[in-house]
Ligand binder design. Sequence first.
Ligand code: NDP
Ligand code: MG
Length: 386
Amino acid sequence: MAEKICILGSTGSIGTQALESCSHLGIEVTAICAGSRIDILEQQIRKHTPKVCAVADERKALELKARVADTSTKIISGAVCSQEICDMTDCDTVLNAITGIAGLLPTVSAIKAKKNIAIANKETLVAAGDIVNELIKENGVIMLPVDSEHCAVHQCIDGRNKDEISKLIITASGGSMFGKTRKELEGVKLADALTHPNWSMGKKITIDSSTLVNKGLELIEAIRLFGIPEDRIDVLVHRESIVHSMASFVDGSVMAQMAVPDMRLCIQYALTYPEKKQGLTAPLNLAKLGKLSFYDVDNEAFPSVELARRAVRMGGVMPAVFNGANEACVDLFLNEKIRFTDIFDYLEYALNTFRPRAEKLTIDSVLEADSEARGLIYELASQKDK
Ligand code: NDP
Ligand code: MG
């Protein structure tokens, strides 16, 4: 169980819930890190008294430093502060809840500093999972998933041999656009895509949930975390978000993990594993729910999971291309520069157009592919704008 923790992305949806869970569990928060929201950081410093706080935005960091001059928290800032902080305090665990590829280098730093990792930042595993897995082995640390589906799978297969597992079944709420046809999706407005039926999350993952790209990312995340190949991972729509994922076994049995949708359960699991402790999550009342529903994914209207599968089969840096292109698409959609359905077309374009340069999969080749994939998307959007 974690005793001292560093939380990256502490001002976000996962980060704030992680702080709540740490207070509940009595885990000492030795370091926090975020991009720019210093009002929240100031409150967190006063409440949790971390030794160090990293702020990526240097101007905001200066302002925060002045505001918390009466505390003993050291403020650091700059482009690499989220990497430095992993090495600066005596925590045993780093919880990475930064959004996007910006979480990759901090994860690498944390592993090299021999910290156990609680990983919410799925983009790291999608883009560079094989490299991260190697580093974990080399440094003898443990990585546990925070993502609810992977937390569920982990619970279902814990202690099992891989050859006993026939399939992983990742559930998907279907997001805010469930049931819409491709034609109907063309007119989707930003505000509609930002409303999730069951979870309250950061903007990027909320858009990813509405396009089902999140499920594509999670499929790749599951391959990296559990070593199960793509063709043995199914995606199943489950509207109520009660069954968080399942594993089927060679004897025909299926194990499912159920709970009310509450990320604090998953955060706590990653921090207390292998123990289970009294948590903050309300008990599940199945009789009150009455029924649970399941559907196949509509791959025609939402091609995202199929595109993710294609990226995996292409191998090398292509999952990083899929992820980088998607981050650019989400940015453009959030700024109302492209339509909802453009996201699917643009992702397909990125996979069709990208030509990998480097032979070897390294952190540098991953970051280069990420940046080139973004470039392709921004260029395409600007051509269409003319
Ligand atoms: P949010 O947008 O709510 O929070 C993101 C956090 O990352 C903020 O604290 C933000 O700081 C910080 N951040 C962003 N860029 C940087 C940077 N360059 N350096 C340092 N900090 C940075 O996202 P979520 O909490 O929703 O998601 C976080 C991760 O967890 C994502 O990878 C997501 O896919 C995953 N996840 C989230 C779930 C959820 O329920 N929210 C469920 C499962 C997975 P600031 O805002 O101050 O700029
Ligand atoms: Mg998830």
